[in-house]
Design a binder for this molecule. Structure first.
Ligand SMILES: Cc1cc2nc3c(=O)[nH]c(=O)nc-3n(C[C@H](O)[C@H](O)[C@H](O)COP(=O)(O)OP(=O)(O)OC[C@H]3O[C@@H](n4cnc5c(N)ncnc54)[C@H](O)[C@@H]3O)c2cc1C
Length: 411
């Protein structure tokens, strides 16, 4: 009796969109969510504000996903930023665009996004079962026939697998989908935490825990070779470093560490001044304020918490005569302010990673429909796929778009 129905596994961004869209197109849809609520990760996204997409143009948008971004072209041609914005605004959720093209609900509440999606599913007649964990997908002669949920077999003709990645597992994304897909013959590109805080053993870093820096230029070195740079904010923690600049650089760093490369970051604390200009500024400070303690002069250039660390690192005694400040010391100071080197020894776990890099190989998915090339009637969507981008709303748009396309394709 239930043979013709579609089962969606996972009620996150991709699964909710897929379920609503499939039902809208006439499919009979059952959504199975293992947690007691749908959309938990959406609810905590964007620091509780949900940066649901970005207004970047198509080519730029796809570039944010690296070389795998090309896979999304056909999907984005079906459902892209403007469609998503229209989707929410037409359902009484006004959106605002902020710095860097980031789009948020005007209410500032991520949960409003979840409410819109839940209401839509209800209106389209999707049956939603919570606390329903799927443990297997049943296949007969290469064709989906059902799933096993809470130990019970449920028959269906189509399955949309949208179980997310394995980061922030407390939201329900515990990586089940990788195993489900692998059991059916899919290849899993190795999983790594991405957009993840970094670990450093440098004791200076631990002494600066809690300190937030703005307008810093951070350069990444792998085996001493410069491999990237980012400008913006970072913060020191008890274990290392985090913040937007660090998260953006983290993917290259995780891969570098996994390949046994030596990783260090160079912090330019005065990026607006080149070495010469910074040296002149110091000369002016020492001329104008000579006689004051070095600590109070440095407080004009650095956060207070950094001052003793700067003095120790540059080997400058606290009682140095600032009227006759030695040129050698001044040059060491310039060097430190422009190139504070921090060795990175590791990265935090999936528990703290914003997304999961790696996933179901895109080679095995039809980009026009999201259908598996291995099992007929199986569709995959969202973070489960080998797709990952920087922060800025790209990841959620990819989840919504792949979900939309999978939902359109089943019916
Ligand atoms: C703290 C944080 C902040 C973020 N902020 C942003 C942001 O502002 N903008 C942005 O673009 N991206 C953001 N992301 C990333 C974005 O939230 C995810 O990429 C996106 O939610 C992935 O959607 P998904 O539907 O593929 O997976 P998920 O949202 O993870 O949903 C998967 C669902 O499947 C369910 N499930 C898992 N296994 C089973 C099973 N066996 N049976 C049944 N159900 C199952 C889970 O419980 C879950 O509800 C953030 C991520 C985190 C962790």
């Amino acid at each position: 009796m239930s043979l013709g129905r579609t089962i969606v596994i996972g009620g996150g961004a991709a699964g909710l969109m897929a379920a609503g869209r499939a039902a809208q197109r006439g499919a009979r849809v059952l959504l199975l969510e293992k947690m007691s609520r749908t959309g938990r990760k959406i609810g905590i996204s964007g620091k509780g504000r949900c940066n649901l997409t970005n207004t970047a143009a198509l080519d730029d948008f796809m570039r944010r996903f690296g070389k795998n971004g090309r896979f999304l072209r056909q999907c984005f041609q079906q459902f892209f930023t403007e469609d998503l914005i229209r989707f929410f605004e037409s359902r009484n959720l006004p959106l605002v665009t902020e710095r860097g093209g980031r789009v948020f609900p005007a209410s500032g509440r991520a949960l409003d996004v979840v409410h819109v999606l839940n209401n839509w599913l209800q209106a389209e007649g999707v049956e939603v079962k919570k606390t329903s964990a799927v443990s297997a997908i049943l296949v007969t002669q290469g064709q989906v026939t059902g799933v096993v949920c809470n130990g019970e077999k449920l028959a269906c003709a189509k399955v949309i697998l949208a179980t997310g990645g394995k980061s922030y597992p407390r939201t329900g994304s515990t990586g089940d989908g990788y195993r489900l897909a692998e059991n059916l013959g899919h290849t899993i590109v190795p999983l790594r935490p991405a957009l993840v805080p970094l670990v450093s053993r440098d004791p200076r870093v631990h002494r600066m825990a809690g300190l937030e820096l703005r307008n810093v230029q951070v350069r990444l070195y792998l085996d001493g070779k410069r491999k990237g740079q980012e400008f913006g904010e970072l913060s020191f923690t008890g274990f290392g470093l985090t913040g937007p600049v660090i998260l953006t650089l983290s993917s290259s760093i995780v891969d570098g560490l996994n390949n046994g490369r030596q990783v260090s970051l160079s912090l330019d604390l005065k990026p607006a001044l080149d070495d010469k200009k910074l040296d002149n500024r110091l000369i002016r400070e020492f001329t104008g304020r000579g006689g004051e303690p070095i600590g109070s002069i440095l407080r004009g250039l650095l956060p207070q918490q950094m001052v003793p660390i700067c003095l120790e690192s540059c080997d400058i005694p606290g009682d140095v005569d600032t009227k006759n400040f030695p040129g050698k010391m001044r040059r060491r100071l310039v060097q430190w302010l422009k190139d504070l080197r921090i060795d990175i020894s590791g990265y935090r776990s999936f528990d703290e990673a914003i997304i999961t890099a790696g996933g179901v190989s895109l080679k095995e998915i039809d980009p026009l429909t999201m259908e598996s090339k291995i099992v007929k009637g199986l569709y995959l969507a969202g973070e489960l796929l080998d797709l990952q981008a920087d922060t800025g709303g790209y990841n959620l748009q990819a989840a919504f778009s792949t979900g939309w396309l999978a939902g359109s394709s089943v019916s």
